[in-house]
Design a protein. Sequence first.
Length: 301
Amino acid sequence: MDPAIRLLRDLVTINSINPTLVPGAPGEQAIGDLIADRMTRIGLAVEVQTVADRRPNVIGVLEGNRPGRTLMLCGHTDTVGVTGMTGPFDPVEREGRLFGRGAQDMKGGLAAMIDAARVVAEGGLERGRLIVACVVDEEHSSVGADALVGRWTADAAIVTEPTDLAVAVAHKGFAWIEIEVFGKAAHGSRPNDGQDAILRLGRVLSRLEHLDRTLQARAPHTLVGTGSLHASIVTGGCELSSYPDRAMLQMERRSLPDEPESQALDEVQRILNELRREDASLRATARTMFSRPAYEISAAS
């Protein structure tokens, strides 16, 4: 069996679901241990960088015979959850493809870059330095990548995410926004005393739906398309017979390279200000929970 495919199968068998996404999930310790062992075996000097409890970055380094530039190959070891999947950690090959949780995103990329390092190590690296970085937590907050760049640098880097073998030079950003709308609790029999926070949140949702349609109707960016947003999580209310005193929406806004990182929160604040002008009794707040900017580099770089 091709060594890269064998490694990919081994990686897929390991449950490395991100515990921030799925509470109780095991995280990246086991897959990090396997990767550290494999990179040591192929001749790389391995450093394990503890990012959080049982969540290690694993970095392998191959030094050339002479000084030169440094190339980094980088990929993430965590995956999303497995809800609705059957046998997610049992790799299955069918019609030239391998199926299993994370096979594409992105244990295939991990296997490719580790096996590429094996080939380079066997042939000898004439000059420069090769770094193979396997980081945690890409599927949530990228704390692994943050820790990596605080310690390691390179002249160039290739992230082996699945891009149909095309070099991707642009990426959308995102922002997670939390909107809280306040009402006034009262018994359902006393409508003059209550204010329904959930219905008031509905006004916000309606404006957000309109904004999403507007974003997706704009001329698309050549490489990444249009901006968009969606309502991710909605909570509110305590019991059937009472007016809800608060309602919460957590949403995601996908952004373009020419949009500032503050764009999502600015859009939400404009919507809330418009609604307050229409109804002065509306009480609502918005905050950015987390964000990452979009990027674009020259294809000639």
